[in-house]
Write a protein that binds this ligand. Sequence first.
Ligand code: BJW
Ligand code: ZN
Length: 232
Amino acid sequence: MKVVVLTGAGISAESGVPTFRDADGLWVGHRVEDVATPEGFEAQPSLVHRFYDERRRSLAEVEPNEAHRALARLEDVLGDDLLVVTQNIDDLHDRAGSTRLIHMHGELLSAWCQGCDAHVPWTRDLGDLPPCPCCGVTALRPDVVWFGEMPYQMERIMGALAGADLFVSIGTSGAVYPAAGFVQQAMRAGARTLELNLEPSEGSLWFSETRHGPASELVPRWVDEVLLAVTP
Ligand code: BJW
Ligand code: ZN
């Protein structure tokens, strides 16, 4: 059984990472256009660097939760039959042990050089404008995908959706494309589709099944069900 899992901010909420569109979301106090577009970065680079530098620093204070760990457990059994596509730029799936993982909106722990196009592992601040370790030019930006930019590894994701038997969406509002359209692509490919979210998302009606509640409860329960079904 080939499974594609899409995760969003809701899976990291119980680890203490704020979501984007909930009442106390990340963008409270920041207009989206100011921080999550290339134009916003060009207009106010220091504001945008500060926003991402704070989020990068706060990774030290959070840990993966039961939902991240359950998906890593699922990979232990399904192996190459599982692909986790996350919209999150935190490293909680990685730390939980997921390796069949795509960060489609980039990663806090990576920087992208606008001078030489290198993508380099990064743990420090970018706001103090450090030089690129590859070319020495001061042209590093957060390695994240802003509105109007192409998400990473779309071909690989589309290929996996086309061959999926089951598509599961976890903790995402379904407000941002192309991720919000994955459920329809999977459905067209003949996959069963399942939403696990705190509340109905904007795309809930597209799913063949929806379960609502906290990810730390719903995801381990669903993973246990799959493991019971696939292990002899
Ligand atoms: C819990 C929970 C708990 C809480 N347990 N659940 C008009 C129509 C259609 C599309 C467009 C349009 N105009 C423009 C577009 C395209 C645009 C877009 O979608 N805009 C929308 C505003 C409409 N998209 C783009 O520009 C993308 N690029 C693109 O389309 O390229 C062209 C292309 C063409 C063809 C093929 C492919 C591509 C790029 C989008 C980049 C998004 N970037 C951001 C910032 C990344 C860096 C960063 O993190 O700062 O990504 S925006 C932000 O939203 C971030 C997130 O990854 C993304 C999604 O948010 P997410 O994860 O869903 O979070 P929330 O907060 O919205 O939802 C959390 C959910 O969890 C809620 O439902 C809660 O209930 C739930 N929850 N606690 C379970 N404990
Ligand atoms: Zn460079």
